[in-house]
Design a protein around this ligand. Sequence first.
Ligand code: ADP
Ligand code: MG
Length: 362
Amino acid sequence: MANITLKDIAHSYTGASNNPDDYALKKLNLTWRDGGAYALLGPSGCGKTTLLNIISGLLTPTKGQVLFNNDDVTRLPTERRNIAQIFQFPVIYDTMTVFENLAFPLKNRGRSKTEIEPRVIELAKMLGLEKDLFTKAQHLTADAKQKISLGRGLIRQSVNAILFDEPLTVIDPQLKWELRSQLKYLHKQFGFTMIYVTHDQTEALTFADEVIVMFEGEIVQVGTPEALFERPEHTFVGYFIGSPGMNIVPCRLQGRSMLIEDHEITLDQTYKEQPDSAKIEVGIRPEYLRLAPAEEKGLPVKIIKVDDIGRHKIARVAVNDHTFHVVMPEISGMTGDTASLVFDTAHTNIYVNDHLITGEQS
Ligand code: ADP
Ligand code: MG
């Protein structure tokens, strides 16, 4: 097994070009630690599959290097990289039985029957396929077929990494949760490096120790699920993670205060003055906002809507054209549709041109 390093990787499907718009992947640098459980999270089209294919060798990047430990594998074919890849749709042999499908990657590498059998049976049990072991794959449901694909990826214990490209897309929602927990368990047990691609934040956050968030061909943040929630480094991360996502609203900075429209809110930090051309925004999660009666100190807002979603309420409020979501256990004591919006300043982030900036404690 190995650390996998991407060094100045960029990829354009139309060949080398000087136009950044031609690149499905902009410049990427990242090391995947041996044995880590990673999620690669981002919207459709941001470059996740392109990145996986570069790691597995299905694609040669236009620029940069792929290193396994210190060995340059950029131009090595897939077969020589010892990587298992599981795709969105099942890749199996329809006319083979489940057993034969699972055994294939080991048989192909000349392993003995005594080694293969117990391993196939163990995996089939874990994936809930044992009762179908001797059924031909073509007679099984899409769910079961994808489980075979997962099994074929997991069967070899000596791989450098297992790459999952949105593997649960075709799986029934109820089964998804179960399979994800099994993958987590297998990771703990066998310690392979796992890179799990998804556009679903819940999937990413429950699977991974570390999440890589991609947006438009770039990595915008690498962090633990907590860090992505508490300190999004890019407005996209704030918006993409959380439900509802982070509120991001234009503001101006003035010493230790920020101004939203013309209302001043005192912050915990002092921020450096920014050029006039800079786009300055405040980002705060709905969980860190509170609605108080209009007489209390805060940002005067108009309540547009309150939804009761069981455990808590979600209010949508507005200051002129700017809207915020507020999540509270209970919303009461307000008269009419006006209220004061109170910021938890310890969790108030400032973004300049979409990037988080830090101020100075004063
Ligand atoms: P994701 O997996 O995050 O949905 P992809 O890596 O598949 O994203 O795609 C990233 C970008 O590259 C998209 O704009 C997509 O249209 C483009 N792309 C992907 N595969 C090809 C290809 N074989 N030829 C040309 N463009 C491609
Ligand atoms: Mg994809």
